[in-house]
Design a protein around this ligand. Sequence first.
Ligand code: NAG
Ligand code: NAG
Length: 359
Amino acid sequence: MLIGQMFVLLLLMLNPGSAGSAGWSVSFEDPNPCGLRGSSVLLGCSFHYPEDECVEMVEWSKGGLHGGQWVRSVLSTLTSYQGRAQYVGDKKNNCSLVIHDLQDVDHGHFYFSFRTDRFGRRSKVSVFLSVSGLTARVRPTAVALGDTVTFECGTSCGLSNVVWFKDGRPVAKPPSQVQAKDGGRYSCAVEGQEWARSHPVDLDVHYPPFNVTVVVNPGPPGPVVLLTPGSSAHLTCSSHAHPPALRYTWYRRTLSSGPGPGPGVPVGSGPVLSLSSVDSSHSGLYVCQVWNKLGENSSTEVMLMMDEADVNGLIAGVGLGVKVVLVLVLVPAVVLWRRWKCSAEDEENDHDYENTRAM
Ligand SMILES: *[C@@H]1O[C@H](CO)[C@@H](O)[C@H](O)[C@H]1NC(C)=O
Ligand SMILES: *[C@@H]1O[C@H](CO)[C@@H](O)[C@H](O)[C@H]1NC(C)=O
């Protein structure tokens, strides 16, 4: 906006027979203001007239073609301006108008008129108001991790400080090199007029699976799960991937096979591996491998073991080196698990005791 530039406009005399235009003027602060759709705009205006006259009436009109004729319609008679056009001037020298919640119909010419106790005057030249939207652009819109993205907020109005929103919430600064978390819907606005936002645009960040995790149900969270023979267990594999995971493969490596070259033998597919009526043949190290079109990733190993009695059977079948490892690793794990189980039971008992006493 050309703020500060004052355009002095001559008045068209309504009554050609009256005195000349000396002493009469209407000035617009900016003859070509521009406002964003949904925001508010101030049409700064001042007017002057001979000192011995007294202003009786002020009004703003909008120009428009009606049946081939250029017509000025007084805003106060137009329903589309009710509650939106606000005269913030006075009956002395300030004739400024604020239009709220700018709409496309506001694009066009506006005129100011006033009447004193002696003459009626109106501005010959209008204020031309442009209404523009904001257009958010993200290029490219589909990216891989680490790609460079440019964000642009465009409008035909001059822009001051632009602010960005992601999924409706303000973001300090749009990312330049994208990470998985940057995917979402972006829109922009001008600082101070945050409610007048652009249409949102999507940034689609593609990445291979990561944070692949396996949860065993029933079972405590953690890498070792003890199962009761004959019970059933469900292993659920989850991950972050975009596009979403397409394929899941479950592998099992037996404890006795030692650390082998691959993940083990495939034992299932799909996000949930269900084991019913478990026995020692289900013991082993389980890994879930997840694929999407960009690549694959695997969970860490989860160890399934039958309850204690089963551990001896397992140990009997393997070589001495592995036995030592198993004793060093598994026995403390089982002991810890038992201790945890006991203390959990104790806690429950404590509660029972407390409750009884309280009653
Ligand atoms: C992925 O895992 C890491 C560490 O385990 C964690 O800090 C991060 O928040 C996880 N990411 C997501 C998207 O859950
Ligand atoms: C697999 O996931 C981990 C984190 O869960 C991540 O650090 C690693 O980069 C991923 N590997 C591939 C090939 O994407």
